[in-house]
Design a protein around this ligand. Structure first.
Ligand code: NAD
Length: 492
């Protein structure tokens, strides 16, 4: 039986209970009210989903792309109609503000829109007469069953980085969302059910690493898309590759911004504050480290401290709140410990967000924005992903020194520069070893029709999520070389 608080799976076109007996309690991070019990699925659940997807593949693959995208047009319409309720659920289970939940859903829907262009995007190319009377063409074919494993911090957007393209390209799909935020996808799969897709084309399996491991090992799963921490990304990459699968793994991050003295300081401060403290810093594109050059040190340090101090922290469902809680008590403790560690390694605490209590929400996992100054390269937190509302500052005299600090990071998800100087901006763009670069932009998040390009420990693989890379990832290329001599044919 599926009661209201259990999180079911969606397999072969039907809701079903997980076979797991271990439950994870899903609580609102602001109020600690229990919202649901997520049963951690077992290998049997993942196997059933893969089996259903494998069975559905031959006829889904043969469904014309033009027909496949009609389901996505309908999905876009249903997502728009249910927009506010999906966003509300994201805020309830994740804690981010309502406008942040709306923002991520909007970015997710953009991927559905782009995937609707598949009849054009999936085309191959050809050339007549590569030799006398011989023609050659490249066609794209779907892979089969593909799976995605996603993190807690964008419950609606990140699954939608993968699902629409996988389907539009003719694959069948299994999603394993984060076990910590299962309710957003439960709601979205309610909409997917209304599409009346053939059974097994899209499947949802809730759970943790046992479900993931089954997907990584299952011979019928041809490709894995993963987004999460770097340590798990490395495991997923190695194990999938060992099993002969195509794999793309987006990992963790430690994003830097460089602020030159000629930057427009009031806009720069606003943008960096939004980037560092939006979603309580739980964003893989959040700025974590600000590197000032020369005179920018004094003006920026003062401006960002004042702005961060003015952010209204509270329950994300309340419209005037600018920053919600972090996702769990464990996260809060981990972040507080890292602040302590940064300070004991020599950083100065300019703004201390620890010990925050919000009236009426005393049990919530709140932290106020925190600013650590003079975080030297030797400070252990300078290379650690904090994934919370903590901005570290470090100061240099030249752009070369700033670029060196950014380049020494093991991560390469995103980096931004703030300046009015075109030559400095070009130098930064040219030299910086990061995949998503912002120039006077705080969160360099690529639109759905561009690839999401992490580098170094932020990405393992070749083809990224979104954009044309998604089409390359979800299709196999086939070259056909043909000779049809006239003399073999009957005269017409
Ligand atoms: P996580 O690595 O803990 O979990 C991600 C997914 O992996 C979840 O579905 C989880 O169930 C699964 N998983 C966890 N441990 C596993 C294991 N041992 N074996 C198999 N599967 C396992 O990440 P999270 O805490 O949910 O998300 C935060 C992390 O995700 C941060 O590091 C953040 O930077 C990263 N992230 C990266 C991007 C990007 O685009 N690069 C985007 C969003 C989040």
């Amino acid at each position: 039986m599926i009661d209201g608080k259990e999180v079911p799976n969606f397999i072969n076109g039907k809701w079903s209970s997980s076979s797991g007996t271990e439950y994870l309690s899903i609580a609102n991070p602001a109020t600690c009210e229990v919202l649901a019990n997520n049963s951690l699925g077992k290998m049997a659940d993942a196997s059933s989903a893969v089996q259903a997807a494998a069975k559905a593949f031959p006829s889904w693959r043969a469904t014309p792309p033009e027909e496949r995208i009609q389901y996505l047009f309908k999905l876009k319409q249903l997502l728009e109609e249910d927009f506010d309720e999906i966003a509300r659920i994201t805020t309830l289970e994740h804690g981010k503000t309502l406008s942040e939940s709306r923002g991520e859903l909007r970015r997710g829907i953009e991927n559905v829109e782009v995937a609707c262009g598949i009849p054009t995007l999936m085309q191959g190319y050809n050339l007549e007469d590569v030799a006398h009377g011989i023609d050659e063409s490249m066609i794209r074919q779907p892979l089969g069953v593909v799976a995605a494993v996603t993190p807690f911090n964008f419950p609606s957007m990140i699954p939608l980085w993968f699902l629409p393209y996988a389907l539009a390209c003719g694959n069948t799909f299994v999603l394993k969302p984060s076990e910590r935020v299962p309710l957003t996808m439960k709601r979205i799969f309610g909409l997917i059910q209304q599409l009346n897709l053939p059974a097994g084309v899209v499947n949802l399996v809730n759970g943790g690493s046992e479900v993931v491991d089954c997907l990584l090992d299952h011979p019928d799963v041809k490709a894995i898309s993963f987004v999460g921490s770097t340590s798990v990304a490395k495991k997923v990459y190695e194990r999938s590759a060992r099993n002969g699968k195509r794999v793309q793994c987006q990992g963790g991050a430690k994003n830097h911004v460089v602020i030159l003295p000629d930057a427009d300081m009031s806009t720069t401060t606003q943008i960096i504050s939004d980037s560092a403290f939006g979603c309580a810093g739980q964003r893989c594109l959040a700025v974590s480290m600000a590197v000032t050059v020369g005179d920018a040190r004094e003006t920026f340090t003062q401006a960002i401290s004042e702005m961060a101090d003015s952010i209204k922290v509270g329950y994300g469902l309340e419209e005037d709140v600018q920053m919600g809680p972090v996702v769990s008590r464990d996260s809060k403790k981990r972040i507080e410990k890292l602040i302590e560690q940064g300070a004991s390694d020599g950083a100065k605490i300019l703004l201390d967000g620890r010990g925050t209590e919000i009236l009426n929400y005393e049990n919530g996992h709140f932290l106020n924005p925190t600013i650590l100054d003079e975080v030297a390269p030797e400070n252990s937190i300078s290379q650690t992903e904090i994934f919370g509302p903590v901005l570290s500052l470090t100061h240099t005299n030249t752009i070369e020194q700033a670029i060196e600090i950014v380049s020494n990071s093991p991560y390469g998800n995103a980096a931004s520069i703030f300046t009015r100087n075109g030559a400095a901006a070009r130098k930064f763009r040219y030299e910086i070893p990061a995949g998503n670069v912002g120039i006077n932009i705080g969160v360099a998040a690529p639109m759905a029709y561009f690839p999401f390009c992490g580098w170094k420990d932020s990405f393992l693989g070749v083809l990224h999520g979104q954009g044309r890379d998604a089409i390359d990832f979800y299709t196999e290329k086939k070259v056909v070389i043909e000779r049809w001599p006239l003399q073999w044919s009957r005269k017409f």
